[in-house]
Design a protein around this ligand. Structure first.
Ligand code: ATP
Length: 369
């Protein structure tokens, strides 16, 4: 059972920088877990502490129930794949794959067996005699993954392994690593700053910010029920629209934007959770796909949630069109499925899906649900 547990783990650098702050994560055996967050949020440091490449300042890390804080990396039964795959240029693919095993003094036939099995899994059988310079970026990355596979580790650690590849290859390798996970049935911990990579690969995702865990959940739960404004804004592209305002009460509960210009009645379903927010400020969040051009979704039209605005930018992406507009001095982005032949400068009526609103506490930034 290669479960990995982080208990109150912190990393404090000499300059008293708390790069990782009291992190608690329970990674199940055979789970594919992704650490995601913006640059500097502490994801690589966390991974390196699991690998044994960084000392753990506070807390404990357990692999298979054993505390590994003081165990050297080579005894942790893990293998790590880095962004910079650093293959030995003078060695063939076979020798690159075999190198670590030779150091471990495995016998020749065992090495041959492991190298050939890994090469088969990764479709590298025809490249075993080539040197790295005669390989494509994707093939080199596969050799780097192969070096981890031959070690037959309990836990695989990946540190942004696809960042050096072009967009198309990244998508392909993403699928290959997910497939590998299913085939090997190993625990995998994967670090990335790319939320699409995280959403498509992870059984669960750990969202980090400033060294702290913001939320640990499945991709869909993160998207539909973000714990706070940071997660809501980080997961999803384009990002959720946020409007600062407050809950006001006249004859009905209303949301009113900070500048007072944008007001609408709050649907009844949100009222129980907002009852403590009377006359208090909140952030309103609406995902771009929950704002429609009114003729798109006639059935969803409700006068309360309609507004007319001038389009200030159109981004046609082929399968979707992003529409940017200003309404009452607030910038919005709406996502339209498919191609749309409108030009900037036109006035259009938009309607937002009042069943898909999100409210956040302005002080704690936590989601009000
Ligand atoms: P990136 O995606 O840019 O790699 P990250 O989320 O992986 O970012 P880390 O590399 O874990 O972030 O760094 C976390 C924080 O720790 C950053 O603020 C970084 O500047 C700091 N840090 C990292 N290594 C050291 C070090 N050796 N000494 C001091 N501070 C460090």
């Amino acid at each position: 059972m290669a479960e990995v547990i982080l208990k109150n783990v912190s990393k404090i650098y000499e300059e008293k920088i708390k790069a990782v702050d009291n992190v608690n994560i329970h990674i199940a055996d055979k789970e594919f877990i992704v650490f995601v967050g913006p640059s500097g949020c502490g994801k690589t440091t966390t991974l390196r502490m699991i690998a044994g490449l960084e000392e753990i300042s506070e807390g404990e890390i357990l692999i298979e129930g054993r505390i590994i804080n003081n165990l050297p990396p080579k005894d942790r039964d893990i293998a790590m794949v880095f962004q910079n795959y650093a293959l030995y240029p003078h060695m063939t693919v076979y020798e690159n794959l075999a190198f670590g095993l030779k150091l471990r003094k495995l016998n020749k036939s065992e090495i041959d067996n492991r190298v050939k099995t890994a090469a088969k899994i990764l479709n590298l059988e025809n490249f075993l005699e080539r040197k790295p310079k005669a390989l494509s970026g994707g093939q080199r990355q596969r050799v780097a993954v192969g070096r981890a596979i031959v070690r037959n580790p309990k836990v695989f650690l990946f540190d942004e392994p696809l960042s050096n590849l072009d967009a198309k290859l990244r998508v392909q390798m993403r699928a290959e690593i997910s497939k590998l996970h299913r085939e090997l049935g190993a625990t995998m911990i994967y670090v990335t700053h790319d939320q699409v990579e995280a959403m498509t690969m992870g059984d669960r995702i750990v969202v980090m910010r400033d060294g702290r865990v913001q939320q640990i959940d499945t991709p869909l739960n993160l998207y539909n029920e973000p714990a706070n404004k940071f997660v809501a804004g980080f997961i999803g592209s384009p990002s959720m629209n946020f409007i600062e305002g407050k809950i006001v009460e006249f004859d009905k509960f209303k949301f009113q934007s900070k500048n007072g210009k944008f007001t609408f009645n709050i649907p009844d379903k949100y009222l129980p959770s907002l009852s403590d927010y009377r006359n208090k400020s909140v952030w309103l969040g609406i995902r771009p796909e929950d704002i429609f051009l009114s003729y798109d979704n006639e059935d969803k039209i409700n006068n309360d949630y309609n507004f007319k605005a001038e389009i200030n930018l159109i981004e046609p992406l082929g399968n979707q069109t992003l529409i940017y507009f200003m309404f009452e001095d607030i910038q919005f982005v709406a996502e339209h499925r498919g191609f749309l032949s409108i030009v900037k400068g036109t006035n259009k009526t938009f309607v937002f899906n009042h069943n898909k609103l999100n409210f956040f506490n302005t002080t704690s930034e936590e989601r009000i649900s």
